[in-house]
Design a protein around this ligand. Sequence first.
Ligand SMILES: [Cu+2]
Length: 160
Amino acid sequence: MFGLATPAFAHNVLVGSSPVAGATLSTGPAEVRFDFNAPVRQGPNTITVVGPDGTHWERTENATVTGNSVSTAIAPLGAAGIYTASYRIISADGHPVTGEIRFTLTIAGHGTPAPAAVAATASGSGGGVPIWVWIVGAAVLLGVVLWLALRTGRSGEDRP
Ligand SMILES: [Cu+2]
């Protein structure tokens, strides 16, 4: 009955944002907010803000859901230029929807970007084995090989 009476859900459509798409700002916004035509579901809703040099400026990529809107706090911005604010939200029908807006910062701020680790997680390139594990592994393997070589070399010549 509920299913028959309910019109088919469409994916959430972006109807507004703060800052607005294409805005020209002399100071960075304290937060970025995206407004949709339907409620956003609780879940893994994320917002990222990437600067002109690829640096990240969101304080946390976990967006706060308020009715039809999602928002997240933004650190003081750095270099002047074009910033891209992207969202990935859970639509009212449960499906993820992504999109982005851009705004231009005309006067450089004094902020510093998020640490690289945060940026890597936000862009989805995290995970995998750190390079130092491979280096340490290779060093240990080399040590074992050398030890075996010396041991077998000595057994015939040096021992009385
Ligand atoms: Cu859908």
